[in-house]
Design a protein around this ligand. Structure first.
Ligand code: F6P
Length: 354
């Protein structure tokens, strides 16, 4: 096994609170094992252009509580081309980078698996507020984003209560409804609209009217970004037309900021250390995942196809390289995850019935 003298760390895709804690952990864990670390700026863009800086323990000492990413982030189109990949690999060789830890979402992992297949050992760490990486129960940033939403919803509840209003709150999550689902349940939303499950607008309005008749003054409806287009605005219009004074708010990017919570700092630190452990064992093309409260390593190619299966986005031939047993295990994993999501929604709906 080649001796690792220097590894690179990068953050890519949408930033997520806790990414800095992961960068800190990767750096300190590698330095503690006698391995140098370079920070690669702006994700794969900086790898291609050579925007690198050696990271010392002092550089990362106090960044765990800061949101965003000190390494900056980008979504790099050039990296998806053969020329871009060739430049990235050359940059690794020119700068004696023996392996890379890449922190981000599914786009980041597609890049990581490509780098691995071009001979650069790469390990992924899930970092996205969306929590939409199927192979892991948890991705860095989710908890902080949810706490931000809950604080915003509490503030909106205060004013809704004073004015006897309803607030329709749209939250990020891209196509995934985890933020809307869990926050909606936590703040006692009267309705939660996510792309993954059917939403009955008429039933939601009837529920609001019924509860208003029983004396309830304020209402929150949580809508996931994945509902698309103007869904939130249109829903607001319909509730207004039913006679309930209603406002709409899109929390958008504010949900991605704010000091990372304990959960994000802690998980990021554990995952960062774990990733360094894997790479120094000579492993590659893996993503660190949390499953049933344990950290495990999952083959990135497997994780990406599992993700497509869960999201109903499988392409012809995607499953060809897996054994029948692996495919069955993927199906069971996805089914259990869908079931868990539906169970939470059912509980939220039951609780908000009266
Ligand atoms: O993936 C994280 C995320 O914040 C999604 O929730 C959202 O759809 C998207 O990124 C927004 O991307 P951008 O920052 O490029 O507008």
């Amino acid at each position: 096994m080649a001796k690792f003298r220097k590894i690179g760390v990068l953050t890519s895709g949408g930033d997520a609170p806790g990414m800095n804690a992961a960068v800190r952990a990767v750096t300190l864990s590698a330095l503690a094992r006698g391995v140098e670390v370079v920070g690669i700026y702006k994700g794969y863009t900086g790898l291609i252009s050579g925007e690198l800086k050696e990271l010392t323990a002092r550089d990362v000492a106090n960044i765990g509580g800061i949101s965003g990413t000190i390494l900056y982030s980008d979504r790099c189109l050039e990296f998806k081309t053969e020329e871009g990949m060739a430049k990235a690999v050359k940059s690794c060789h020119d700068n004696q980078i023996d392996g890379i830890v890449a922190i981000g979402g599914d786009g980041t992992f597609r890049g990581a698996t490509d780098l691995s297949s071009h001979g650069i050992p790469t390990i992924g760490i899930p970092g996205t507020i969306d929590n939409d990486i199927t192979s892991t129960d948890y991705s860095i940033g989710f908890d902080t984003a949810m706490n931000t939403v809950v604080r915003a919803a509490d503030a909106l509840r205060d004013t809704c209560e004073s004015h006897a209003r309803c607030e329709v709150i749209e939250v990020m999550g891209r196509d995934a409804g985890y933020i809307a689902l869990e926050c909606g349940m936590a703040v006692g939303a009267v309705g939660i609209a996510v792309k993954e499950l059917p939403f009955d607008t008429e039933a939601c309005i009837a529920k609001i009217l019924d509860q208003r008749a029983k004396g309830q003054r304020s209402f929150i409806v949580m809508v996931s970004e994945g509902m698309g287009g103007e869904f939130g605005e249109e829903l607001t219009k319909k509730i207004n037309e039913a006679g309930i004074d209603t406002r709409f708010i899109r929390l958008a990017h504010m949900v991605r900021g704010g000091a990372p919570t304990l959960r994000d700092r802690y998980t990021a630190t554990r995952m960062g250390d774990y990733a360094v452990d894997l790479i120094l064992q000579g492993k590659s093309d893996l993503v660190v995942c949390e499953q049933d409260n344990k950290l495990v390593e999952v083959d990135i190619q497997y994780a990406l196809i599992l993700d497509r299966m869960y999201k109903n986005k499988l392409k012809d031939g995607d499953l060809d390289k897996f054994t029948a047993e692996q495919v069955e295990s993927m199906k069971a994993f996805c089914a259990a995850k869908h079931e868990k999501f539906a169970d939470i929604m059912e509980a939220a709906n039951t609780i908000s019935k009266n």
